[in-house]
Design a protein around this ligand. Structure first.
Ligand SMILES: Nc1ncnc2c1ncn2[C@@H]1O[C@H](COP(=O)(O)OP(=O)(O)OP(=O)(O)O)[C@@H](O)[C@H]1O
Ligand SMILES: [Mg+2]
Length: 252
C-alpha cells in the first residue's frame, strides 16, 4: 500500500516553505491552518456573516469531522480551505504557506498537488471510464499515460474495483462511483483531503463501506482529512470532531 502513496508531489513552493520552516529542527507545518477566517455574503442591503473568525488546525495524519447544521457554513469553510474561494478576512495556510499571498497560478498548483476533494455527488466525468477519471488529474500533473494508467489500476484494485475499471460512471452503483471519486482525490498523493458530505447520498450500509475506503487510504498514506458529515456514526470514527457556532470553529 505504501507505494500507492509514496509518489512525491511536493511543489517547489511547499519545499521552500519547509526549508524556511527548518525541517529537521522544527516540526513540519500542519497541512491546513485557518487563522481568523471571515466570510460574508451580500444579502439585500446588509451582509450574511457566515464565518466570523474561524480558527482551525488540521495536523498531519489527523481525520477531523466537521459536524454542523445545514447552513452553518461547512461547505463555505471547505471551499476556503481548498483555495476555491478567498476569505474576506484572515488567512488560509496550506503546509505553512500563506495562500492569500500567492499568485493565482501557485494557488492552482497547490490545489492540484496538495489537496484532494471529494464531494457529495461524485462529479466524475460521464464520458470517461472509472480508470480514465482517476488518470486525468495525474496527467495534468505531468505523469505519462502509462504511469497514470498503472497507478489508477492500483488504486482501483485497492478499492476492490479492479473489475469496474472500464465502466463509465453511469454503469457504476452510487457507492462505486463514490469510491472512484475517492481514488481520484488521492491519485496525486495530496497532503490534505477535503470532503463535503462524501457519503451524503448513500444508504447507511454503503456509507460505512465508502467511509472505510476513504479512511483506509487516508490512514495508509498518513494523509490528513477534513470531512463534513451529517452522520454521527461516521463522525465518531474520526480523531476529532468540530462544529461551527456563530461562524467560529468549536471543538466538540
Ligand atoms: N454564494 C453564496 N451567496 C450567498 N449566500 C451564500 C452563498 N454560499 C452560501 N451562502 C449562504 O451561506 C450560509 C452557509 O452556507 P453553506 O453552504 O456553507 O452551509 P452548509 O453548512 O454547507 O449547509 P449544508 O449542510 O446544507 O450543506 C447559508 O446560509 C447559505 O445560504
Ligand atoms: Mg454544505
Amino acid at each position: 500500500m505504501t507505494e500507492i502513496v509514496a509518489v512525491s508531489s511536493q511543489s517547489a513552493a511547499a519545499k521552500g516553505a519547509q526549508a524556511a520552516n527548518g525541517v529537521g529542527t522544527a516540526p513540519p507545518a500542519p497541512p491546513l491552518r485557518l487563522d481568523k477566517i471571515e466570510r460574508r455574503y451580500k444579502e439585500g442591503a446588509g451582509a450574511l456573516e457566515v464565518l466570523t473568525g474561524a480558527n482551525l488546525t488540521v495536523n498531519k495524519g489527523e481525520m477531523v469531522a466537521l459536524v454542523a447544521p445545514s447552513g452553518a457554513g461547512k461547505s463555505t469553510l471547505l471551499h476556503l480551505a481548498g483555495l476555491l474561494e478567498r476569505p474576506d478576512g484572515g488567512e488560509v495556510y496550506i503546509g505553512g504557506l500563506s495562500a492569500g499571498k500567492l499568485p493565482e497560478r501557485e494557488r492552482t498548483r497547490l490545489r492540484r498537488l496538495e489537496i484532494g476533494f471529494v464531494y457529495q455527488f461524485h462529479h466524475l466525468l460521464p464520458e470517461f471510464t472509472a480508470q480514465e477519471n482517476i488518470m486525468l488529474p495525474q496527467m495534468l500533473r505531468g505523469l505519462t499515460w502509462a504511469q497514470a494508467a498503472e497507478r489508477s489500476m492500483e488504486l482501483l484494485r485497492y478499492l476492490k474495483l479492479g473489475e469496474r475499471a472500464k465502466h463509465r460512471p453511469a454503469e457504476l452503483s452510487g457507492g462505486e462511483q463514490q469510491r472512484v471519486a475517492i481514488a481520484r482525490a488521492v491519485a496525486n498523493v495530496p497532503k490534505l483531503i477535503l470532503a463535503d458530505e462524501p457519503t451524503g447520498n448513500l444508504d447507511p450500509k454503503t456509507a460505512h463501506y465508502v467511509f472505510d475506503a476513504l479512511s483506509a487510504l487516508v490512514r495508509a498514506s498518513g494523509l490528513s482529512a477534513l470531512i463534513a458529515t451529517h452522520n454521527p456514526e461516521l463522525a465518531a470514527r474520526m480523531d476529532r470532531r468540530i462544529t461551527l457556532d456563530d461562524g467560529k470553529v468549536v471543538e466538540m
